[in-house]
Design a protein. Structure first.
Length: 23
C-alpha cells in the first residue's frame, strides 16, 4: 500500500510539517 506519491507526500510532510498540515 506504499505508492511513490504517498512516499513523496510523507517526505514533504517531514520536510515541511506546516505545508503538510496546510495541505
Amino acid at each position: 500500500m506504499t505508492s511513490p506519491a504517498s512516499a513523496k507526500r510523507a517526505n514533504d510532510i517531514v520536510r515541511f510539517p506546516a505545508f503538510g498540515v496546510s495541505g
